[in-house]
Design a protein around this ligand. Structure first.
Ligand SMILES: [Zn+2]
Length: 307
């Protein structure tokens, strides 16, 4: 670590080591195929180390890396930087706090980039706090000046962006934060894909729950990252014990001080608690039979808890 004018930078050795290590992780996680992807890391106010073009990011050695200044001039190294380095340089120019940038084509995030769907649903507290929302920047031919222009509006207020029909770009105050954000983008996209397109059901965090998370984010000193809207109604505040349709219409049953209730879809639930009475009730039985089962199973629960 080197300190220059009050700012801490990785040394050349540390930066090259981190780029090679994270390149391997990027490749092994399937975020890139063949020679795709690129990583850069600032080592001074105006200098970066970056990955070369035409090399798999899983198999890099220190002598393959390229040192450049922020205007794009190569300072050290025998290889050429990627043509995609233009978008890295633009992030550094737009946001002086950024110390590293990562770019890859993680498959699920890339599907969102192709579909033109931004990552903006409030479904994961971690994503709200650490990442925020991730916009899709309009399509630009890879390697051209249009790509940096397309991402420029997002470099300050967001932590990453999806590139339409292309992939994902993330940045951070150090190289690990930039890479973790790339991982988080893919994870967030995977969860949204599974809940939205496979389960076709998701309880979104409410506006109130999102605002609580934004306070945590602020306390952590994270000043960037978009804000997902959040749902107006809270739909995730009850335990769900039996999600099968057609369960009993029994509305509410106060027994031994333990509230047992059914939600709108007649799922047996217990308000705001992780240790729900484990009950499942079916409509093909009489009300008396149902109540008898409720009584016996709640009594069983109470006995197990020593109460
Ligand atoms: Zn790319």
């Amino acid at each position: 670590m080197i300190t220059m004018q009050g700012t801490k930078y990785l040394s050349d050795f540390e930066a090259k080591k981190a780029i090679i290590d994270l390149g391997k992780r990027m490749y092994l996680r399937g975020f890139v195929a063949a020679n795709d992807g690129n990583i850069s890391c600032r080592v001074g106010a105006n200098t970066i180390w970056t990955t070369p073009t035409g090399v798999s990011k899983g198999f890099m050695t220190p002598e393959m890396l390229v040192k450049m200044d922020l205007s794009g001039k190569v300072l050290l190294g025998n290889r050429k930087p990627s043509s995609e380095i233009k978008m890295h340089l633009r992030v550094y120019q737009e946001n002086p706090e950024v110390m590293a940038v990562t770019h890859a084509h993680p498959p699920i995030a890339t599907c969102f980039a192709i579909a033109g769907i931004s990552l903006d649903k409030a479904v994961l507290p971690e994503a709200v706090v650490q990442l925020g929302t991730v916009p899709v920047a309009h399509y630009a031919t890879p390697g051209t000046q249009e790509v940096p222009d397309s991402i420029a509006p997002y470099c300050k207020d967001y932590n990453g962006v999806l590139l339409a029909n292309h992939g994902a770009l993330t940045w951070g105050k150090d190289i690990y934060e930039a890479f973790y954000r790339l991982e988080s983008v893919e994870y967030y996209a995977t969860i949204l894909m599974n809940t939205g397109s496979i389960l076709k059901q998701a309880n979104e965090l409410s506006e109130r729950q999102v605002s609580e998370l934004l306070k945590i984010r602020e306390n952590l000193g994270i000043k960037s990252g978009g804000v997902p809207a959040g749902a107006q109604q809270e739909s995730n505040t009850r335990d769900v014990v039996d999600s099968r349709p057609g369960t009993s219409v029994l509305q509410e049953n106060q027994y031994h001080g333990k509230l047992v209730a059914l939600n709108e879809t007649n799922q047996m639930v217990r308000e705001g608690s992780g240790n729900a009475a484990l009950l499942s009730i079916h409509t093909d039985r009489s009300k008396d039979e149902i109540i008898a089962e409720v009584v016996s199973r709640v009594a069983e629960q109470l006995t197990h808890k020593g109460g």
